[in-house]
Structures are given as structure tokens and as C-alpha cells.
Ligand binder design. Structure first.
Ligand SMILES: O=P(O)(O)OC[C@@H](O)[C@@H](O)c1c[nH]c2ccccc12
Length: 253
């Protein structure tokens, strides 16, 4: 599955390269980017509410909920940050959604498959505060370090996703300080919260850790917050119900 996700970015990357080669530029967004790390670092468990219209494991989740309505719902549910899927083919996302979620004083994380500097520049042209880098996608330590550095130069906070214990060392060496543990195997799409349970004892005090995928009840949040996670990223369980705000209140009473 991972290869397919990366292949799906080929067209967009080609267009970005052509734009650059033709002397075109990506104008950097100059407006405010509310701090992502600051918003999710606590106190208390922070909610990162995700706008995900479809997914490869579920197919269409919700195409009725508009970005505007989602903003209202997520804010009423107490979201500290928004995560917005911009990947088009498998997740029904659009890069334009970032603009719709920005401007509410809540930081926005761009969720996509990013492995090239041009995609970082492309993100810098949007009002996103943060962008996702996935260890399994970037793989190379040198490249990951550079993408982290370039993101910061553009005032974007890199959130680095890990899925296996051995990836933790690599992302730390690359300079990551916001670490997301994905409970979903991006290749097979199976979810196992043990991934989070097993990794979190290694968290260092200066790091912010986010637990992502498969969270749909408050007992899970309680347990994993107790184990040390700072924030929880919730997508499917809020997107698949009529009132995401109410669902968030249930998850974070
Ligand atoms: O819908 P869930 O089970 O709440 O999971 C959300 C989130 O973890 C998931 O969307 C995600 C985590 N990492 C990613 C990387 C790419 C695409 C999507 C993701």
C-alpha cells in the first residue's frame, strides 16, 4: 500500500518540478501560523481532530461534512489542533482544504505523503502550521534530517511519524521533537494500539508524543494518556458520526 501512496504523488510532484523549471515560484504564506507544538503539549490530553473524507481501509467515510461545518464541530468538541488530509486519490483530500481550516486560531497539520523539498515549499505556500513526515516513507536519515530542517526554515513544524521501534532512533537522530506513533500499519492497514503502549515508555521529557489511529473510546484515551502521550489524533471515529463535536466530548469528557 505504501508504494501506491507514493506513486499517487508522482503527478503532483511532476507539476511542481515543471512549475519550478519554468521559472514559477511558490509564494510563501505570510500570515499567522499558530504554534502546533504549543497547542498540543498540554496540560491535559490534547485533541487533534482530523478531516478525512475517505480512507483506503474504509472507503468513503463522510463526504457530506463540509470543511466549514467540520471546523465548527471540531472546535465545539475542544480540538487543540486540526489535521487535514490533503492526499487526493486514497483519502479524498485537497490541498485547498488547509485554507478552510486555517484562520480560526487553531493550528493545522498537513497530512500527506511528503518526501521531497518541493512538497515542503508547497506546504509553506499554505497557512498550515505543521506537516507530517513519515519515517517509513522518507526512510533515509539524511533526507529526513534535511526535510526537518527545511520545514523549520519555512516556519513549519515537522511532526514525524513512526511505526516501528527501530524508527525511533532514526527520527531522533534526524532532529524530530514532535513524534507521532501510528497504530495503523500503513502497508497492511491493520490497527494495533500495542504499538503505542510498547513505544511510549521511551518518550523523553522534551518530546511531544501523539498517539494516532484506531481511537474510538474514552477508556483508550485515559489509558494512553496515563502512559505518557500528550495528544491524540482522531479521524475515522469522529468523521463517521453525524455530530463529531459530541463524539469528541464523549472521548474527552
Ligand atoms: O482514522 P483514525 O483511525 O482515527 O486514524 C487517523 C490517522 O491516524 C490516520 O489518518 C493517519 C495516520 N498517519 C497517516 C499517514 C497518512 C495518512 C493517514 C494517516
Amino acid at each position: 500500500m505504501l508504494d501506491k501512496f507514493m506513486q499517487a504523488k508522482a503527478g503532483e510532484l511532476k507539476a511542481l518540478r515543471e512549475l519550478k523549471a519554468g521559472g514559477g515560484t511558490l509564494e510563501e504564506y505570510q500570515g499567522p501560523r499558530p504554534g502546533f507544538r504549543e497547542a498540543v503539549a498540554g496540560p491535559g490530553p490534547a485533541i487533534i481532530a482530523e478531516y478525512k473524507r475517505s480512507s483506503p481501509s474504509r472507503g468513503v467515510i463522510n463526504e457530506e461534512l463540509s470543511p466549514q461545518k467540520a471546523v465548527q464541530e471540531f472546535m465545539s468538541g475542544g480540538a487543540a489542533a486540526f489535521s487535514v488530509l490533503t492526499e487526493e486519490e486514497y483519502f479524498g483530500g485537497r490541498i485547498e482544504y488547509l485554507e478552510e481550516f486555517a484562520g480560526h486560531g487553531v493550528p493545522v497539520l498537513r497530512k500527506d505523503f511528503i518526501f521531497d523539498y518541493l512538497q515542503v515549499e508547497q506546504t509553506a505556500a499554505t497557512p498550515a502550521s505543521a506537516l507530517l513526515l513519515i519515517a517509513r516513507v522518507v526512510k533515509d536519515l539524511g533526507l529526513l534530517s534535511d526535510l526537518i530542517r527545511v520545514s523549520r526554515i519555512h516556519n513549519l513544524e515537522p511532526v514525524v511519524e513512526i511505526f516501528a521501534p527501530r524508527e525511533l532512533d532514526m527520527v531522533r537522530q534526524a532532529g524530530a521533537d514532535i513524534i507521532m506513533v501510528n497504530n495503523r500499519d500503513l502497508d497492511r492497514l491493520t490497527v494495533d494500539l500495542d504499538m503505542s503502549r510498547n513505544l511510549v515508555p521511551q518518550k523523553k521529557p522534551q518530546e511531544v508524543w501523539i498517539c494516532a489511529s484506531g481511537i474510538d473510546n474514552s477508556a483508550q484515551v485515559d489509558e494512553l494518556y496515563g502512559l505518557g502521550f500528550d495528544a491524540f489524533l482522531i479521524g475515522t471515529s469522529i468523521m463517521s458520526c453525524d455530530q463529531p463535536g459530541e463524539k469528541l466530548k464523549e472521548l474527552f469528557p
